[in-house]
Design a protein around this ligand. Structure first.
Ligand code: ADE
Length: 224
């Protein structure tokens, strides 16, 4: 998978890709991330990417020209499955969206700043708008990092144990069951006996019951 990230603050989004699973995925050639600074696509002397709003109003608006120039250049080099704009009024990210995007080959992710982008970018250049939650970030970069992490870990071969993404919370609309490791007893806090029974079907049944109970308590909305 190739991901092109368009931003005015590349330094804000680079570090998550230089650590942990995302770094390993890149080193293994499973994902290829490219950062593009939109200031490199400006034509004015000040390299400004934003301007005042027509009609008045507080807050600057990202101009269409640098964004269009960057996207056009990328599109002339390859086809893209999605051109995503990170915005709080987009479709709310969930595991289903991450699963679907993990099957794509090439994606562009546009990070907004200031008040947002000129509406014509959204009307004519973008194929999908994604929000990571009902709160406003100062820019789309951290949202793009969250989206990339959720998607990249699902690409086959990225996680060591192929099955571990399948047992994540949300994969079956259930939260994950509790998990334990050594020591068996700590400060008098013990691990449920069933996990030492050696009876795999019974353990699976217990995990499923726990997952359902956990979901009913914390996220009943997932069961509807
Ligand atoms: N940009 C600003 N806020 C955002 C959010 N909640 N999700 C995605 N991108 C954003």
């Amino acid at each position: 998978m190739r991901i092109d990230i368009l931003t005015v603050l590349p330094e804000l989004i680079r570090s998550p890709f230089e650590a942990s699973i995302l770094k390993r995925a890149a080193e293994a050639g499973l994902v290829d991330i490219h950062f593009h600074n939109l200031r490199d696509y400006t034509t004015n002397n000040y390299k400004s990417v934003d301007d005042y709003q027509f009609g008045g109003g507080a807050g600057m608006v990202m101009m269409i020209e640098p964004i269009d120039k960057c996207i056009s250049k990328l599109k002339s080099e390859r086809d893209y499955d999605e051109i995503i704009y990170m915005t709080p009024d987009g479709e709310r990210l969930n595991q289903g969206i991450a699963n679907a995007l993990s099957l794509k080959s090439n994606m562009i992710i546009l990070c907004g700043h200031y008040k947002g982008v000129d509406q014509r970018v959204r009307d004519h250049l973008i194929t999908r708008e994604i929000s990571i939650g009902d709160y406003v970030l100062s820019g789309g970069e951290l949202g793009a990092a969250v989206l990339c992490d959720a998607v990249i870990r699902l690409i086959p071969g990225v996680l060591g144990n192929e099955t571990s993404a399948l047992t994540d919370s949300f994969q079956d609309n259930l939260l994950a069951a509790p998990i334990y490791t050594r020591p068996r007893e700590y400060k008098g806090w013990s691990v449920p006996e069933i996990l030492f029974s050696g009876n795999l079907p019974e353990i699976e049944k217990w995990r499923e019951e726990q997952a359902i109970e956990h979901t009913v308590k914390r996220r009943p909305d997932l069961l509807k």
